[in-house]
Design a binder for this molecule. Structure first.
Ligand code: G
Ligand code: G
Ligand code: NA
Ligand code: MN
Length: 253
């Protein structure tokens, strides 16, 4: 309960911050975007999202937190556009709660308009489980977002129970191979079988595929050989404070 009331005040106190992890195109050797990841600065501690996002989801605080993350990402995209010519997207994680809101598209429109960046400056990540849990509410939102140019990425792909029939009809741009498969690449044959299947599925459906949690050169090499050249993970960079991402931004122009 103490944590809950502290989290209530965290936003207005400016204690919530976003760190950014680069998404890398290994073949082109460049950053192609970044994922925004929330942290809570509480005193001198930096609380990871795993320790407060579940509470935020239970209490409904995830709604204002996510709305703030969308706005802050639009602001950051504008700053990077001005300083580095950044024209890629910042990916924001959204739980299905947010997709239920009929005004999600309007809210995103206001965020990007406020800072004068295009809609494609914001990309949305929804986990496979969240997507499938609430398809009836999520589908109309996905279509409206697609119409205005906001790309959708399916996070933690391969861990849920996607209906492939749905996948073919949804306006999705990208699937993110879950890190559990990436972790076991080159260790268990099953993991490379799953990764191979996901890459083939993505290709057949015209989707981009990105691997998360890439930590070793070996994993990078196997992914590249299997046909996945978009990657994210500690091998390239951990999530960084905005100022620390500038070394990556400076390289892309
Ligand atoms: O950064 P870290 O590895 O601690 O993130 C842990 C989990 O928290 C990840 O699954 C990530 O998707 C989730 N997460 C991080 N930032 C956000 C956010 O802004 N909103 C939501 N809903 N989840 C987030
Ligand atoms: O999919 P999700 O949004 O949950 O993933 C984001 C989380 O993954 C963040 O908490 C981030 O810190 C973490 N992460 C990013 N790269 C790596 C990595 O290479 N290995 C592991 N184990 N975690 C990573
Ligand atoms: Na994510
Ligand atoms: Mn993920």
């Amino acid at each position: 309960l103490e944590l809950e009331s502290a989290l209530h005040k965290a936003l207005e106190r400016g204690e919530i911050v976003l760190h950014y992890q680069p998404k890398i195109d290994v073949r082109a050797a460049r950053m192609v975007g970044a994922e925004a990841l929330m942290r809570w600065k509480r005193g001198d501690r930096l609380i990871p999202p795993g320790d407060f996002i579940p509470l935020a989801e239970e209490t409904g605080l995830i709604v204002p937190l996510s709305e703030w993350a969308l706005k802050e990402s639009a602001r950051q995209a504008k700053v990077w556009q001005l300083n580095f010519g950044f024209s890629d997207s910042i990916a924001v994680n959204l739980p299905s709660r947010l997709f239920e809101r009929s005004d999600l598209v309007e809210h995103i429109h206001q965020c990007v308009s406020a800072y004068g960046v295009p809609h494609r400056a914001i990309q949305l990540e929804i986990t496979e489980n969240n997507l499938m849990k609430d398809l009836q509410n999520v589908i109309p939102a996905l279509h409206r977002l697609n119409e205005v140019g906001v790309e959708i990425s399916i996070d933690d792909f391969g861990t849920g129970y996607s209906s492939l029939a749905y996948l073919t009809t949804l306006p999705i741009s990208e699937v993110k191979i879950d890190r559990t498969f990436v972790r076991d690449l080159g260790i268990t044959p099953q993991s490379s079988a799953v990764v191979t299947a996901i890459i083939a599925l993505a290709r057949a459906l015209g989707l981009r595929v990105i691997a998360e949690g890439v930590e070793t050169l070996r994993q990078m090499e196997v992914l590249h050989r299997l046909g996945c050249s978009l990657m994210q993970g500690f091998l390239f960079s951990k999530p960084l404070m905005p100022d620390d991402l500038e070394q990556w931004l400076a390289q892309t122009v």
